[in-house]
Design a protein around this ligand. Structure first.
Ligand code: PGA
Ligand code: ZN
Length: 428
């Protein structure tokens, strides 16, 4: 099945910002679609998202140049290729771009094409995307990490920590983990209203409440889990994404509202203290992407008791993951396809993470579309964990719902290990 036409055009993401939709036709009526998400708290080592930077067009955020690259150079290079040869097409995209960070064509251009190729390839073979990508081996439904409260760059710095997330530890199925999530998310919303703290929802659908300190949010989350009828520390645990590259000025980590600042060692003390005082199972980007030695010291201090996730630190980049492994900087990797720019490189980063004995977590971006590729990717690669933002907003629910459909399609072949996934990396 050969690629016949390549089309692309501008659509809009969940923040209303321009992004790219690419459609690849193999033959009339058989098409694949790819849509690209976009981050707000982006890491400095991510592949480049090419925007037009013309202030007269969508505040500089339009993506017409990247779209021209798709319809021109990229289309000419991949037309006639076998659509099922994902790796060869992705390699062609990488070579065509020719830069380290896809800055010539734009990672948004390469990823839109790569995603559309994957979708078209699965349809050409008449397979579901998770089945096609996983070559029939994908059957593990992921444990969700779900944002209850949002902060940082996603909520105008109302609180400093970006994500306060719920992890349902002992659900028997993926569907049951969503039931517990529903209960906690609703209860948290009701409590915030009662307490007069509710302001709105953050970019990923979590509440954006009024709190004076980060500790107060942690106390609140523990109370909300309890009020929903679950035992915090047993049924449910807390996960935090510090997005600490945004807190770091090269010298100090800064909490804006409280006007506090911390050296790297002082910030490590704070992270370790929270992990002791609260039922925290996972910390993401607890330190900045430039503070490698800090990561090593924190990993040493936490000593396999908590999942330590590199997002901005690794940017889904195999070279950086290898460096992290050599220095024992973490034990898990957040996986975002648009940080690296092709499906094949994303899958390679997941495989490398697993071969290291670490855990991958498939992740959405704060600017999302209705695309459900990452739900399929999580099952295809048996990644074991997924992070999609909160339990609200269509672009988030599209992923949670797609996993329900995949679960049904897998039937009794589906597996779910829930919180036992952490047994692979933690000593508890
Ligand atoms: P981003 O946030 O998409 O704005 O980078 C998500 C995250 O940090 O995990
Ligand atoms: Zn993150």
């Amino acid at each position: 099945m050969k690629i016949h036409t390549v089309d692309a055009y501008q659509i809009f993401d969940s923040r209303g910002n321009p992004t790219i939709e690419c459609v690849i036709a193999v033959e009339p009526g058989l098409t694949g679609v790819g849509r690209v998400p976009s981050g707000a708290s982006t890491g400095q080592y991510e592949a480049l998202e090419l925007r037009d930077e013309d202030p007269r067009q969508f505040g500089g955020r339009s993506v017409f140049t990247a779209i021209e690259h798709i319809k021109g150079e990229i289309a000419a290079a991949i037309k006639g290729n076998d659509v099922c040869n994902q790796e060869a097409i992705d390699t062609r995209l990488i070579d065509l771009d020719g830069t380290q960070n896809k800055s010539r064509l734009g990672a948004n251009a390469t990823l839109a094409v790569s995603l559309a190729v994957a979708d078209a390839g699965s349809k050409a073979l008449g397979k579901a995307l998770y089945d096609y990508l996983g070559v029939g081996q994908g059957r593990l439904l992921p444990l969700p990490e779900i944002q209850i409260i949002g902060g940082g760059a996603h909520a105008h710095w109302q609180v400093d920590i970006q994500d306060f997330l719920l992890v349902v530890m002992n659900a028997a199925s993926y569907e049951e983990s969503l039931k517990v999530t529903y209960d906690v998310y609703r209860t948290a919303g009701d409590l915030l209203l009662q307490q007069g703290r509710a302001v709105g929802v953050a970019d990923e659908g979590g509440y954006w409440p009024l709190f004076d300190t980060n500790d107060a949010v942690l106390d609140f989350l523990v109370d909300a889990i309890d009020a929903a009828g679950y035992v915090c520390g047993r049924d449910c645990m807390i996960s935090l994404d510090f997005a600490a590259s945004d807190l770091y000025d090269g010298e100090y980590y800064r909490f804006r509202k409280q006007d506090r600042h911390f050296t790297s060692d002082e910030f490590i003390d704070l992270v370790v203290d929270w992990c002791h005082r609260y039922p925290v199972i996972s910390v993401e980007d607890p330190l900045a992407d430039s503070d490698w030695t800090g990561w090593e010291r924190l990993s040493h201090r936490l000593n396999g008791r908590v999942q330590i996730v590199g997002d901005d630190l690794f940017t889904t980049n195999s070279q950086r993951i290898r460096k992290g492994r050599e220095t024992n900087a973490a034990n898990a990797v957040l996986i975002k396809p648009n940080q690296i720019g092709t499906v094949s490189e994303t899958i390679a980063a997941i495989e490398l993470t697993k071969n290291n004995g670490w855990l991958p977590i498939i992740s959405a971006r704060s600017g999302e579309t209705e695309d459900t590729f990452i739900a399929h990717l999580a099952v295809a690669t048996n990644a074991g964990q997924i992070k999609v933002g909160s339990f609200a907003r269509g672009e988030r629910m599209a992923k949670w719902n797609e996993l329900i459909r995949i679960s049904r399609a897998l039937g009794n072949r589906a597996q779910f290990v829930g919180g036992r996934i952490y047994d692979r990396i933690l000593r508890r």
